[in-house]
Design a protein around this ligand. Structure first.
Ligand code: ADP
Ligand code: MG
Length: 357
């Protein structure tokens, strides 16, 4: 008897008392459906899921073989009959069925089956998605067992997550660089006054690095390696960090494996064009901002969020270019989910900013 008990303990993930209580009562959840990562926040528990938004499908049987971290590890390494990919690309839903499947999987993983009340769900989506896609995401959440679903604009969630008082009439500015998109928005009175979404993000930076190294250094590298280089030695500034890394890849000349040194400034040059486009979008939004709000932003600074802005020196570059303070919020990868999580508590007060289901 005793042995059996021990074995069970070792193999069952520990679930807290609040997990069962929340399940029993049904708990509200907030989801940041990013192009790179999906984050699920459960009321009273906080962030419970933080995984890459990747799905792996068997092309012969059309069955899903892995989701999230497991599927991400397969990117670029799958046998011919398996395809691993991001169902959301460049801020649009590239594969609706896969998005719905993934959403349902993560909602169930986060809260199990709600026993008494179904959850209310806030979903934050890239602001560039169309109304049809918006409906599709809401539909997917309803299918996954939501009682009510609302879609929240990501910049608003990010601003709440960064601790701004979005309900006030003070203007604020949020720049969010995710995997596939950059969103620049001016907010006031819990709404978006003006915004722009670019289809440039952290993934674009990775692509830039791949192309640059192919053209200038005659070496072909994979996406994982490009992302690693960006994170480990990349910089946005001429006077940013100065590091070197050994890179393994394939020579474009001989087709054979090669290794070479790459430094931070080379990565900066690779990213320069994309970064300049982002800077131009930020300046152009500031130029279109009503003067009263622009004055508030000059006083309080620009809030930066999203994984793309973790690039070394990016905050400094934005500050230098605009002449305003720009600061990275706490937990830039979780800020949108944290903000939507806070909004769960204030669902009624912020009702006007939600697109009702
Ligand atoms: P999304 O909201 O689209 O899911 P995220 O906000 O999660 O995107 O950001 C993901 C992007 O952030 C990826 O492109 C990733 O490479 C990039 N990223 C994460 N950490 C860093 C870092 N330390 N330096 C530079 N880029 C980073
Ligand atoms: Mg995001």
């Amino acid at each position: 008897m005793k042995k059996k008990k021990n074995r069970k303990k070792a193999h069952t993930p520990k679930k807290s008392h609040s997990f069962f209580l929340a399940n029993w009562l049904g708990s509200d959840i907030a989801i940041d459906l990013g192009t790179a990562n999906i984050i699920v926040y459960v009321r009273k528990r906080g962030v419970v899921i933080n995984e890459p938004a990747v799905i792996a499908v068997d092309k012969d049987t059309h069955k899903v073989v892995a989701i999230g971290s497991e599927a991400h590890a397969m990117l670029g390494r799958t046998p011919r009959h398996i395809q691993a990919y991001h169902p959301l690309q460049n801020g649009v839903i590239a594969d609706y069925d896969a998005t719905e499947y993934m959403l349902r999987y993560f909602i169930h993983k986060a809260i199990g089956k709600a026993l008494l009340f179904k959850p209310r769900v806030i979903i934050c989506v890239p602001s560039s998605i169309t109304n049809v896609e918006r409906r599709a995401v809401m539909e997917a959440a309803m299918q996954a067992g939501a009682r009510k679903t609302v879609v929240m604009e990501e910049p608003l969630a990010a601003a709440i997550g960064a601790g701004l008082d979005v309900a006030s009439s003070n203007g604020s500015m949020v720049v969010d660089i995710g995997g596939g998109t950059t969103d620049v928005a001016i907010l006031s009175l819990s709404g978006i006054v003006i915004s722009e979404s670019l289809r440039i993000g952290g993934n674009t930076f990775d692509e830039d690095i791949i192309q640059y190294l192919e053209k200038i250094k005659h070496i072909t590298i994979g996406q994982h390696t490009a992302e690693e280089l960006k994170i480990l030695i990349g910089t946005a500034c001429k006077d940013g960090r100065s590091l070197t890394a050994d890179v393994r890849g394939r020579s474009t000349e001989t087709g054979l494996p090669v290794m070479m040194d790459i430094d931070s400034q080379e990565i900066r040059q690779a990213l320069d064009e994309s970064i300049q486009r982002i800077l131009r979008a930020i300046v152009s939004i500031l130029e279109k901002t009503p003067p009263e709000l622009a004055a508030d932003i000059a006083d309080h600074g620009i809030v930066l969020t999203g994984g793309g802005l973790l690039l070394d020196g990016f905050d400094r570059l934005i500050s230098q270019t605009t002449g305003m303070a720009a600061y990275l919020c706490d937990e830039p990868l979780l800020c949108v989910a944290n903000g939507a999580g806070k909004a769960l508590r204030e669902m009624d007060r912020l009702k006007d900013s939600f697109d009702d289901a």
